[in-house]
Design a binder for this molecule. Structure first.
Ligand code: SF4
Length: 285
């Protein structure tokens, strides 16, 4: 089968850095206490499993760590969590993506300057949770149904979860603008890496018979890629890896497109693409 790969896909610089920090830390820590990740280091079970075999222990609560080194993942951690880790005397290795750090600093600045912080994004996502911990009373709005959460006549300081789409950011700003407020300050915190992946996925999905989006099911940016591709190509499938492919979906198709989220490792993409290329779909090419 002919397989085309999106021009931009797979690990972004923030995730690549977190993985290389984890590998380096594991290498250096041999025999000197455990190495922990506060929450999965990235939203990809296969990659988390690979690192677990190398010794990285994923914990959800700080209470589970008694000693050793803790890696802060690319999504970051709230100041309160960082304080607790320091109090415990743990060795902290911070792999927070610089773009995520920037959103955290902006939330702090908004509070200092008297703005009500507003994040357009998913409340349960760890990046957003960490930003919420950086200032008091930060409001998170996922879609227009959340607009009622905004303070009336407030001075609103607005940022966006880094991996949201520009389209959604723009739509939400338009909807906020139609409400009552005394002042709006908007800082564009969208990640260009995520945007480039979205643009190249949309371009590719329009040219192919079937489109595959590879990545962890918890990965917000992969989910966004899948939503966008589905909009332009109904034959879009969101899979974690090759094992999940129901081969019937490619039967009779000529050209497949493949993209992957910013937290999908190269080895998952390569395995998928190589297997798919080797597959005879029963159509001449
Ligand atoms: S998608 Fe962007 S913001 Fe998120 S970790 Fe990667 S580079 Fe950083």
């Amino acid at each position: 089968m002919q397989v085309l790969i999106a021009e931009k896909c797979g690990f972004c610089h923030g995730v690549r850095n977190a993985i290389s920090v984890a590998e380096k830390t594991l290498g250096q820590a041999k025999g000197s206490g455990g190495v922990y990740s506060l929450g999965p280091i990235i939203h990809n079970r296969d990659e988390v499993g690979r690192l677990a075999k190398a010794g990285l222990r994923t914990v959800e609560n700080i209470e589970e760590i008694q000693s050793g080194t803790v890696i802060i993942r690319s999504h970051g951690a709230a100041p309160e969590q960082m304080g607790k880790l320091r109090e415990k005397g743990l060795n902290i290795v911070d792999a927070t993506c610089i773009l995520v750090k920037r959103v955290q600093h902006i939330a702090e600045e908004f509070e200092r300057d008297g703005y009500n912080g507003v994040v357009i994004g998913e409340e349960n996502h760890p990046e957003v949770q960490a930003v919420m911990g950086c200032a008091k009373d930060v409001v998170v709005i996922a879609d227009e149904s959340d607009l009622c959460k905004l303070p009336v006549k407030g001075r609103l300081g607005i940022v966006c979860q880094t991996t949201q789409s520009p389209e959604h950011f723009g739509n939400m700003l338009g909807a906020i603008g139609r409400r009552s407020f005394s002042e709006l300050k908007v800082i564009n915190t969208l990640c260009q890496e995520a945007i480039k992946r979205q643009e190249s996925a949309v371009r590719l999905c329009k040219e192919v018979d079937v489109m595959f989006v590879l990545g962890g099911l918890e990965s917000a940016n992969t989910r966004r890629l899948a939503e966008l591709c589905k909009k332009y190509n109904s034959e879009t499938f969101y899979l974690q890896n090759w094992k999940e492919l129901d081969i019937r979906v490619v039967l009779g198709k000529n050209v497949a497109g493949v993209t992957a989220g910013a937290s999908t490792p190269d080895w998952i993409i390569d395995e998928f693409v190589n297997n798919l290329k080797a597959f005879d779909t029963g159509r001449s090419q």
